[in-house]
Design a protein around this ligand. Sequence first.
Ligand code: ZN
Length: 216
Amino acid sequence: MILSPSLYNAGVCHLEQTLSDIEKAGAQYLHVDILDNTFVPSLSFGPKIVKDLKKMTDLVLDVHMMVDTPENCVADFCQAGADIVTVHYEATSHLGYTIQEIKKHHAKVGVAINPATPVCVIEPVLQDVDQVLVMTINPGRSGQKLILSTLDKIRELVQIRNAKNLHFDIQVDGNITPDNVEKVLDAGANVIVSGGGIFNEHPICENIQKFFEVEK
Ligand code: ZN
């Protein structure tokens, strides 16, 4: 399991300490949610913070673009130092071009699908991506529970990956906690995003440990 704690939930107070705690606890990625107030409500970070983070940490910068027409700005995030750039199928009419733009700038490529979007629509690009992000809640809306029908989509992706001998990671994002992570791991996900499951009233290290204990 690769754990990708979400910076949006961590906030930027005591950022250096937060990054250090995440690294020490054994998480490998830092999930950076980009909200554009169009594809999803509210705003978060721009490329500048990615550039700053790159200087501050060795964690893999896992940038999730919840942004309309991402083809207009993926290059900026790649150049800022994003290691993985994930774009939504629903956010662009030019998914193939967007994927090529990310590759051209030497970042790994992810494609994300919302809970109501079927796997079949991204099948033509699966050979070109490093990661598929299955949203387990509707993006940008807080207070939701994990949508169980998304587990079937994870299983479907595993089947396709095996049948076609592909190698993409399967990431999940949306209210994943130590209490429900076993469900997504059993279905076949291997990259776990968590915000509230890691950044809450308990210490970060303790929360990350809880995720890894489930895997044992
Ligand atoms: Zn995300």
